[in-house]
Design a protein around this ligand. Structure first.
Ligand code: TYD
Length: 142
C-alpha cells in the first residue's frame, strides 16, 4: 500500500497572504516555494457549483494543494484522522494549504464562488484515495 510518511507531520493550515492595493484596486501575489510551500505543477478552478452540492470526498498520497476563493465563498471539511475541522474560505487573500493526508469535502458554495486550486503534482487518478476505509488504512498508522 502506498503511503506518505514523509509529509505526515505537515498539517493543513490557513495562511493570510499579502494584499497590494492602491487607488486602482487590489492585487494578491502567490509564488511557489515562497508564499506556498511547494512547486506548482497544476492549476484548476471550480465554479458554477450549486449551493446544495458537496464535492471532493477524497485524500491524496502525494499531492499538496493551496485553495483560494478568488471570488465568493465556500466551506471545506478537513479530516486527517487526528482532527476534523471546518474551514470557511471567503476571501482572496486567505489560502488553505491542504496536505495530502487530509480527507476533504467542499460545500456551501456561494453562486459566485470561484475556487482556485494550485497543486504540487500533475493530475494522476492513482494519487486519489476516494474510499474512506482505504484512506484510514493509508494514514491511521502514521
Ligand atoms: P473531481 O476530482 O471529481 O472533482 P472534485 O474532487 O472537486 O469533486 O474532478 C472532476 C472531473 O475532472 C473528474 O472527471 C476528473 C477531472 N479532473 C481532471 O481531469 N484533471 C484534474 O486536474 C482534476 C482536478 C480533475
Amino acid at each position: 500500500m502506498k503511503s506518505n510518511k514523509s509529509l505526515i507531520e505537515a498539517v493543513s493550515k490557513v495562511i493570510e497572504v499579502n494584499v497590494l492595493g492602491d487607488e486602482r484596486g487590489l492585487l494578491t501575489v502567490i509564488e511557489e516555494n515562497i508564499t506556498i510551500p511547494f512547486e506548482i505543477k497544476r492549476i484548476f478552478y471550480i465554479y458554477g457549483t450549486q449551493n446544495n452540492v458537496r464535492r471532493g470526498f477524497h485524500g491524496h498520497y502525494k499531492t499538496r494543494q493551496a485553495l483560494i476563493t478568488v471570488a465568493g465563498s465556500c466551506k471545506v471539511h478537513l479530516d486527517n484522522l487526528q482532527r476534523k475541522e471546518e474551514v470557511l474560505l471567503n476571501s482572496p487573500h486567505k489560502v488553505l494549504i491542504l496536505e495530502p493526508n487530509d480527507w476533504h469535502e467542499m460545500y456551501d458554495f456561494s453562486s459566485d464562488c470561484v475556487l482556485l486550486v494550485l497543486a504540487s503534482h500533475h493530475y494522476d487518478p492513482e494519487d486519489y484515495i476516494r474510499d474512506y476505509k482505504l484512506f484510514e488504512e493509508a494514514y491511521s498508522s502514521c
